[in-house]
Design a protein. Structure first.
Length: 406
């Protein structure tokens, strides 16, 4: 009941205040409270003569994205390395944020830490933004007294992960954009252009060539049932992605299929391996036990096939099997990664060798993305040429036939 009452507490406002302390020095800061009266009472108890209190709106604003968390982590790591106290670092980052939602989140975490909660425990209260990997690393940093170093590792990890995702999106954006434009062009031709040609051909008389008849029949169907076509297309896509998102079997099937798609499958596979090795390297270097580290690695890879493989590896390692042996038994890791892991286990530098493997595959992803655009251009041109060129030629065949007769 106490928890529920706390959740409904009106203390959802941040007040910016300014005043003078007992020595007459101007001081300013922020305070979370349910109203201005509470702010005044709290500051008076501290011996501060208030000159200005202003409520800052913390609701609304854009949603908090992974990039926002990565920037926050980098800022926090940089300030802690510079010797800025933790609470003051949260104040600085919160003030510098242009996103009210992020400011509110940071203020909530700061309030928890200020009341004696550990930083990792404060982060765990917000699993939507801080996953188990993040919280585990922060907890390891607190326990080992190396929080600033692990925050720096976290920032590097998040920056690398975001860079890979951005490269994958840029590689997929071009063909998707071209195909969408092609669909719009074909739709306009089917609904507006071909019916006009049909009226002209009707006045000619005679029998039309078979390709022209086929295209006209397709146009008539499109004009008559465009609402059903669009409804089926967009409705089908919506239900498909919803099923992909919510069904575990669907996720496994699609992730397995994506890894086998020509060209793009290799790109996705290398990006997944890069994230997998980078995550395990980061966790292991932080001193997190291997079995516990594997808890976070599978989900961070972003592919159900590797997540299932990671669960199997974790079970094998927990029973005393060597990591390389467990990885080999899954059959999803390339030889290079297995060799690097084996060398790392033998030399006691597993985190270093996995980091090297991650760097190699990140470079591979970068090179593939650079070459992908030039590789896709002729392929897309051929598709557009066959589809749109075929429609245009079919429409002009009767005109060519008429010219031959004349």
């Amino acid at each position: 009941m106490a928890t529920a009452a706390a959740a409904k507490s009106p203390k959802d406002f941040v007040f910016e205040w300014e005043g003078k302390d007992r020595n007459g020095k101007v001081v300013r800061g922020e305070l979370r409270a349910g109203g201005e009266a509470q702010v005044n009472a709290s500051l008076r108890r501290q011996g501060i003569l208030i000159t200005k209190v202003k409520k800052r709106r913390t609701a609304g604003g854009r949603s908090i994205k992974q990039k926002d968390i990565a920037i926050f982590t980098r800022q926090l790591a940089t300030m802690m390395k510079a010797g800025v106290p933790l609470l003051q670092a949260f104040d600085i980052v919160g003030r510098g944020s242009t996103n009210p939602r992020l400011t509110k989140l940071l203020n909530d975490i700061r309030s928890d830490v200020e009341t004696g909660t550990s930083l990792s425990a404060a982060f765990r209260k917000h699993p939507l933004y801080f996953d188990s990997l993040y919280c585990n690393l922060v907890e390891a940093g607190e326990a080992g007294g190396i929080l600033e170093a692990l925050l720096d590792r976290l920032a590097i990890y998040q920056e690398k992960t975001l860079a890979i995702k951005a490269k994958i999106k840029s590689a997929l954006m071009y063909p998707i954009a071209v195909l969408v434009v092609a669909f719009v062009v074909v739709t306009v031709i089917m609904i507006f252009v071909i019916p006009a040609f049909k009226e002209v051909f009707t006045s000619f008389g005679g029998e039309l060539p078979a390709p022209t008849q086929l295209v006209i029949a397709m146009s008539e169907f499109f004009v008559a049932y465009w609402w059903a076509i669009f409804g089926f297309l967009f409705g089908g896509l919506y239900f498909f992605f919803q099923a992909w998102k919510r069904s575990e079997k669907m996720q496994v099937a699609m992730d397995r299929l994506l890894l086998k798609v020509p060209v793009f499958g290799d790109l996705i596979n290398k990006s997944v391996i890069a994230r997998w090795t980078r995550t395990l390297s980061t966790m292991f270097a932080a001193g997190v036990p291997l079995v516990e580290a594997l808890d976070s690695v599978g989900g961070a890879a972003g592919n159900a096939v590797y997540q299932i493989a990671t669960e199997k590896i974790q079970k094998d390692v927990a029973t005393g099997t060597a990591l390389t042996t467990a990885m080999t038994s899954t059959g999803v890791f390339p030889v290079m990664v297995l060799q690097m892991a084996s060398i790392g286990e033998e030399s006691g530098s597993l985190d270093h060798m996995l980091a090297k493997a991650a760097e190699f595959y990140e470079d591979e992803v970068d090179e593939m993305v650079k070459g992908l655009s030039s590789l896709m251009e002729p392929f897309i041109i051929v598709i557009l040429g066959v589809v749109i060129g075929g429609i245009v030629v079919s429409m002009y065949l009767p005109i060519f036939k008429l010219g031959a007769v004349v």
